[in-house]
Structures are given as C-alpha cells and as structure tokens.
Write a protein that binds this ligand. Sequence first.
Ligand code: FES
Length: 436
Amino acid sequence: MEKSLWSDSVELPKFDRLNKDKKVDVLIIGGGICGILCAYLLKQAGIDYILVEADRIAQGITCNTTAKITSLHGLIYDELIGSIGKEGAQKYLTANENAVKKYDQLCNNIDCDYKTLSSYTYSINNRSKIEKEVRALNDLGVKAKFSVETPLPFEIDGCVGMKNQAQFNPLKFIASISKDLNIYENTMVYDIKANYALCDGFKIHANKIIVATHFPFMNKHGSYFLKQYQHRSYVLAIENAQDVNGLYVDEAQDGLSFRNSNNLLLLGGGGKRTGKPCGNWRELIEFQKQYYHNSKVIYKWATQDCMTLDKIPYIGQYSANTPNLYVATGFNKWGITSSMVAATILCDMIQDIKNVHEDIFSPSRSILKPQLLANGFEAIINLAYPTTKRCPHLGCALKWNKAEHTWDCSCHGSRFEKDGILINNPAKKDAKVEQK
Ligand code: FES
C-alpha cells in the first residue's frame, strides 16, 4: 500500500492491547481522528472512557486525508437551504464554523503545521452554480465573494471563497492530543450488545458506546448499508509545482483538489465510487505533466470517504431503538471538520446536554432521497453479478482494482488485498479469492 506524506513524517504513540474484561462508563470503538477527538473531549469533561482500535490508531482514513479544515464543503449551502430550510443550513454552517474555531484554539499549542487560509470551491463550466452558492452563503451571514481569479493553472467559470479556514498535518496533531488518552490498540470489537462489546475472548462493559469505525459495522440496526456508499480518490504530493495559497476543490465530484504542505503541492482527484473504474493516479499524473513541467511526484496515496444520501453526516443515536449506542459516520469528504462536529455533539449527548445542532445530523432522519435508489440498484446488480469472488460483508461481487492491486466492493466500499486480506470495512473478515 502507498504511504501518505503524513504517515512518512510522524511517529505516533503506541498503546497496549486490551486482553481482559473491563468496565467503563463510555466505550469508543475506532481510533481514527473522530474517535480520538471524542476521547479527548470526554477526558476534558471528566468522563470515564476508553477507546479501542482494531489496528494502530489513525491508520485508516485519517493518515490518508488531505486534511482541510473548512466549512465550505464543495457546493452545499444552496442545496441545504432547499432541502432542510435556512434554519437547518444555518445549523450546519455554525456547527462546522465552531469546529474550525475549535481546531484553531487547539492547534495554537501544537506543532502540527497548522495554517490559516481561505477555502475555495470552483467550477470550470457552471458559473450559475457558484453564484447561487455565494448568494446562499451571504444569506447565512458569510461574506463570501464570487471570483474568476485563482492561482490555478487553468481557466475557471467562477469560484466562491470563505476566509479563516485552515490546514494542518493530521498525524502531528493526533500524535500530540492522543498521548495521554486511555487508548488500547490491536483490540478488535466483533459485536455489540445492549451494554457490552464482545472482543476476542473478553467483554468490555459500558453504559454508553460510540461507534467511530468509519463505516458502521453492525448491520442489524440503522441500515447504514442502505444509507451510504464509499467514494475512493487519489492524491499526489508534488515537488516544484506551485503554491496555491489556499484550499481549492472542484464542485464536480470527479474534479480536482489543491492545497500545499510546506514545499509540496497536494493534488487530489481521479476518484469514483469504490469498485468502479476511474482515472486514479494516472489522471493526476497527466495533469501534473501538462501543467507542472519541472515538477516531481514525491508521494502518492489514496483515500476513501463514506457518502450519505443528503450530503449531511450521520451523528447521534445509532438507531431509534438503540438508546445508549451512538455513531459518527458519513463525512462526505470533509472528515477532519466533521469529526470535530461529531465529537462535540456526541460528547454533549453522552452528558445529556442538548446540542442545538444535533437534530440536523440525526441518523434517524428520512432516507427517502434519490441516492437511496442508486445505492439499491448498485446492490442488486452486484449481488446478481456472476463471480466466485464475493464480499464477506453482504455478498456483493468484488472487482479488481488495477491501479492498487486490490479487490474492491462497489456496494459499500470494503476492500481486500489480492490474497483476500481485509483492508477497509464494513466487512469484518477476509474474502476468499484465488491469487491474482
Ligand atoms: Fe457491503 Fe461488500 S461492502 S457487500
């Protein structure tokens, strides 16, 4: 597997494995940035908690993110005003702006390459979409501006910008905030019951449990296998390219993203629904060669994101009939900022404090959205597809990913090494595939 710039630059603290029964007030499952922020905030609130991680911390999506700290999530506010009303869109904005400010406070005292800058969404062919987003943001009280000027090396039809956003090195941040937390690594949870979690030969009893495992792994509650799919995308870190002095993303889902980290330009894109053919690094390298003649690719890696039906994450009670079980998932490519939103909301819920933003993120909201049909169609096609290489999650056909030499599932995004070893959840075990 390709190593990210962050993984190559940071030594994370190590934690013991848990191997006996344990009793605790709050159990957090999953040691990515979301789980770690939950642990950090619960510790600050004086709550008895532990976090367990099946592998080492921050080895899943967190080490592969492009680490943009921003409330500008592509084009979202015009759509949200249409779907959940102005008050709902305002809550989404405020929850995210609070998260951006919280990072700003925390990173003040942490050496993590934190930098405040502006965030932009551009379009290469749809000026009116950008104009609508500017109007929506202005309506919500943000002084966003329309522009056609960017440092990007190609013409655009327009872009919208937001000031006072940020970027950092996510693993330097994690290394600092995690070192004094109650974390157990290499501790896999296989199942969750009403007030305990089952590990390999022992139990963790907890009054409340938070599932922060990227894609929730329990299928019998919450229907997450209907409510979200995964999107895979690719990143190059390029030396001697350019300084874009901001965070830039294309409004199109298969477009490009840009940010710098010290002397490197991080170019993202080439993505598609996991398991589908896509441009991958090849598309990014073509772009690099076309626009940055004397540049050099120093790192390349890939990541994947859980995409919800309505662009809003699922944060809150895991399902309507699991009162002490909580979830944070579906961050739609904005995992760093959404993780802080999730940790803040869940930490309040755990303490029975009413969070004014929690209702719009409720995992029990309506699922009647067009994307539900697309997800259902994908499942039917892949369940019927004739192959012996099947995903152990719910049985969909696995597809060979030529760029990464892995078996990928387009139903919910589980991925496996070429010999079937599990890489990405929601599957919990290896797949049976012949050697390729
Ligand atoms: Fe769900 Fe493969 S990830 S069936």
